[in-house]
Design a protein around this ligand. Structure first.
Ligand code: UD1
Length: 350
């Protein structure tokens, strides 16, 4: 039994990690600020087997109390999503970078050398990995505004301008954050890696792909697309699919993400670095929308490809899971259609 701190343990992914840790007999402390972008009220699913510390990690006193006596840290607390507009920059930097800095500072004061597992994201890869028929593997620039305006959705080859074919992203791919949230996720990785080097503590960054499942926040500017589509279907509206619906993602069930966290927390000391957390079975956004609509029954409206775009969005990202399988023993257990059918039946989070 080890003493694990789960930051953001009242949230969507964090609460599943807490449940799994309590179930395996670990001693769990949660620190959570119940950020209003994620919580309208204190959730009703909190695990009574964990200790809860309500406070903001940016407060050094909260960080100090949270870290007392812990043997491992699972850092899930984060502002997620694309947000409303650039004015969100201060919130993302404060809650993602600032809180991580205070947490690491408190761990430093306590000479912490235990395992540190960070919730990172596939968004650190930017536009993913692509191949040009003429120039081979290339790293495209961010998509051009004039291309998006006229509905040319795929990134172009930086050499010849041709449309590129997407490939599976492995953890050795260059990072290239394309929005504020992505920049803070990469910075969290860098800050924690610096701590790990200086304190010889094992550090794992789990790069989540598109997580969905029960307790997912309802549709807000900070929610993922699965939640937005589910809310539309519950209202009887068609899911509005941006671009041409052919953008590819890997939708991974929250229970698989929690399982990856437990494996990362108990891995051998030399198992470190970034890991994709995905299913290895990507799909287009339109396919996901059809699966979800199908789960609502034959009367549900079919998804509508409405065009349009969000500037910070990346086109295709789907990650290879070989490294996680080999070093963590992770494989996703929930198949997308089963997971989405279950998701469609869940009550919305208040
Ligand atoms: C999502 C999360 C991100 C997380 C990452 C990995 C959000 C907003 N984004 O990134 O925090 O780190 O997964 O877990 O939570 N779309 C529509 N219609 C809509 C909304 C979105 O078609 O109403 C499209 C978008 O244009 C995009 C795709 O759906 O092409 C995915 O969007 P979204 O889930 O918001 O963001 P990701 O970039 O995949």
């Amino acid at each position: 039994m080890s003493h694990v701190l789960v930051t953001g343990g009242a949230g969507f992914v964090g609460s599943f990690v807490v449940d799994a840790l309590v179930a395996r007999g670990d001693d769990v402390r949660v620190v959570d600020c119940l950020h209003p972008a994620a919580h309208r009220q204190r959730p009703d699913y909190l695990n009574p087997g964990a200790e809860y510390l309500w406070g903001d990690l940016r407060d050094p006193e909260v960080a100090c109390r949270a870290t007392a006596g812990v043997a491992a840290v699972c850092h899930q607390a984060s502002m997620v999503g694309l947000g409303v507009d650039f004015a969100d920059v201060t919130g993302y930097v404060a809650h993602n970078d600032g809180a991580t800095a205070e947490l690491l500072h408190a761990l430093h004061d306590r000479d912490f050398t235990g395992r540190f597992v960070l919730a990172s994201s596939m968004v650190v890869y930017g536009d993913g990995r692509y191949r040009c028929a003429r120039h081979g593997a290339v790293a495209p620039d961010a998509r051009r505004l004039d291309d998006l305006e006229r509905g040319f959705w795929d990134p172009r080859c930086p050499e010849c301008g041709a449309a590129l074919a997407p490939e599976t992203v492995t953890e050795d791919a260059p990072t290239s954050p394309r929005n504020v949230y992505a920049a803070t996720k990469l910075h969290q990785e860098h800050l924690t890696a610096a701590y790990a080097r200086e304190h010889a503590s094992p550090f794992v960054a789990l790069r989540y792909h598109n997580v969905y499942g029960p307790r997912m926040p309802r549709d807000t500017p900070y929610a993922g697309v699965a939640s937005i589509f589910r809310s539309a279907l519950q209202r009887g509206d068609a899911p509005a699919v941006f671009e041409d619906g052919r953008q590819r993602r890997d939708f991974v069930h929250v229970s698989d993400v929690a399982a990856a966290n437990l494996l990362a927390l108990s891995a051998d000391a030399d198992v470190c670095g970034p890991f994709n957390v995905a299913t290895g079975a990507p799909c287009t956004l339109y396919e996901m929308a059809c699966d979800l609509a199908g789960a609502f029954g034959s009367a549900a409206p079919a998804p509508a490809v409405v065009g349009g775009y969000r500037l910070g969005d990346v086109r295709h990202v789907f990650g290879g899971t070989e490294r996680a399988r080999r070093l963590l023993g992770y494989t996703a257990a929930v198949e997308r259609r089963d997971g989405l059918a279950d998701f469609a039946r869940q009550a919305l989070r208040p």
